[in-house]
Design a protein around this ligand. Structure first.
Ligand code: SF4
Length: 224
């Protein structure tokens, strides 16, 4: 179903709203932890990350997922507020959400994805997720370090690149790129080229105004 058609799938929910009833949501955004290995300049959560690190217990997330599924929920999006792959029980969560029939999407900084280990987490990402967005926020190691405070752009790119090679066809892996500063927009051409070279599903941009979007369309047209 294309983006333009998706609204029609909400026909029954809109009828419920018209009757004054509140339909249950199909999508649950779950922030399983506020912990994170980075310290991004634009992060709204970094003080919370370092001062009050918290994560949901297995009992808590099982209850949330069961309750959501029990009311007809269809999909869960793991994101933050923190790095979801820092949750100590993330493998169990992925396995459980998949077992009870929820579609899973994930926004991750990618640091815990390790191609050399091809461990339980690596395999579960491939087996259980339908969409993964990796938040690079840059198109070069230099800008990545300026924004995120760590020099690991290439390491994450190589690991996620392997994940892309190993992935099933239906799994979409996107290159997330927020544009909080003017200097990051200059890095966008490089980000688009890298996303294309490594086979990312689509570059995914945030924080853009109309003028930025027109600039990017121009850059994409020249790059392809
Ligand atoms: S990776 Fe995300 S959660 Fe972590 S510091 Fe950066 S913006 Fe915040």
């Amino acid at each position: 179903m294309g983006f333009d058609d998706r609204i029609f799938s909400y026909y029954n929910e809109i009828k419920e709203l018209n009757k004054g009833k509140f339909p249950y949501p199909r999508f649950l955004a779950l922030y399983p932890t506020n912990m994170c290995q980075f310290n991004c300049t634009f992060c709204d959560y970094k003080e919370l990350n370092s001062e009050k690190p918290k994560q949901l217990s297995k009992i808590e997330w099982t209850y949330i997922l069961d309750t959501f599924k029990g009311h007809g929920g269809e999909a869960v999006g793991l994101a933050g507020g923190g790095e979801p792959l820092m949750l100590s029980t993330i493998e169990d969560l992925l396995e459980y959400a998949n077992k009870i029939g929820l579609k899973i999407s994930l926004i991750t900084n990618g640091l815990n994805i390790d191609k050399n280990k091809r461990n339980r987490l690596y395999n579960l990402l491939l087996e259980t997720c339908s969409h993964i967005r990796v938040s690079f926020e840059a198109g070069s190691a230099e800008v990545f370090k300026m924004i995120k405070g760590k020099d690991c752009f290439h390491r994450i790119l190589e690991n996620v690149g392997e994940l892309i090679k190993d992935k099933p066809e239906y799994l979409q892996i996107s290159y997330k790129y927020t544009v909080p500063y003017s200097f990051t927009i200059n890095d966008i051409e490089s980000a688009i080229k890298i996303a294309d070279e490594f086979g990312f599903y689509v570059p995914n941009h945030h924080g853009l105004n109309e003028k930025d979007i027109l600039n990017i369309c121009d850059i994409i047209n020249k790059a392809i």
